[in-house]
Design a protein around this ligand. Structure first.
Ligand code: NAP
Length: 267
């Protein structure tokens, strides 16, 4: 029986951990062949590949630093060679290097901007080139390709002590909207998913003690910390033709974190 992404080819960056891992698995379960990108940790990437192959689709792991142009170019070129093309690019890789502004080094600033913003630009550019070359293949998808940017609620919520991260995600919002405007006439859909607080290695200290979790829950009207699968399911749906008319949108998957919960009883 055809599934949401049967016959499509997807690449997920940062797919050996957390949200990227769950997303790569979900896309595979939905019928896509998947490239599992990682930068460190080949064993974890191979585990993801094995899980995806168990669904009867193809998968392989590819090491590349998304902040390095030559590595991103080579990653997408190999995918086109091995899978024939790309239909879905999930630009997910990201990291934090937190510090108060007075203590933040220019290395911390550049590292986060390079991976979280330049990395997404490079991945989107290389995917777009292939989408533009190939165009729409109606039996595969109504669109000529999908780019999904992994953003964050911090594309709109300021975050003291994390100016590099918040600036990178604010940049992702405008990157996504501008690319969506530019590429929509070519049949390419560009959108973003903005997670709230999700249990992954990036933010362990925010939820791994009862006190930390209780404090975090005050920011989440729906009163639960999210799981990577919450994001993975949103990405899968957004990548599918069920969402074919969704262009240039950010899908917030945040248990209501962006509803200004501090105003629930005041203001
Ligand atoms: P995570 O578990 O730490 O995963 C981050 C992934 O990014 C890892 O697979 C890591 O690979 C990869 N990565 C880091 N630098 C890379 C580079 N230069 N090139 C390629 N891959 C690289 O964190 P996560 O929570 O799943 O984060 C995934 C995305 O979701 C990020 O963009 C993050 O900003 C966003 N997000 C997360 C949350 C949350 O609450 N967790 C909320 C909002 C947004 P290695 O393990 O090989 O280093």
């Amino acid at each position: 029986m055809p599934q949401l992404l049967t016959g499509q080819k997807a690449l997920v960056t940062g797919a050996n951990s957390g949200i990227g891992r769950a997303t790569a698995v979900a896309l595979g379960r939905a019928g896509a062949d998947v490239v599992v990108n990682y930068v460190f940790g080949p064993e974890a990437a191979e585990e993801v590949v094995e899980e995806i192959r168990s669904f009867g689709v193809r998968a392989y792991a590819h090491q590349a630093d998304v902040a390095q142009e030559d590595q991103v170019v080579a990653m997408v070129a190999r995918m086109v060679e091995e899978f024939g093309t790309i239909d879905v690019m999930v630009a997910n890789a990201g990291l934090q290097r937190d510090a108060a502004i007075a203590d933040m080094t220019v290395e911390q600033w550049h590292k986060v901007l390079d991976v979280n913003l330049t990395g997404q630009f490079l991945c989107a550019r290389e995917a777009a080139k292939e989408f533009l070359r190939r165009g729409v293949v109606p039996e595969v998808s109504r669109s000529a390709g999908k780019i999904i940017c992994m953003s964050s609620v911090h594309q709109i919520i300021p975050w003291a002590g994390h100016v590099n991260y918040a600036a990178s995600k604010g940049g992702v919002l405008m990157l996504m909207q501008t690319l969506a405007q530019e590429l929509a006439p070519k049949g390419i859909r560009v959108n973003a998913v903005a997670p709230g607080a999700i249990r992954t290695p990036i933010n362990t200290s925010a939820w791994n003690t009862p006190e930390a979790e209780a404090a975090l829950l005050t920011l989440i009207p729906y009163r639960r910390v999210g799981d990577p699968e919450d994001i993975a399911d949103a990405v899968t749906l957004l990548a599918s033709d069920l969402m074919d008319y969704v262009v240039g949108t950010t899908l917030y998957v945040d248990g209501g974190m962006t509803l200004f919960p501090g105003f629930a009883t005041g203001g």
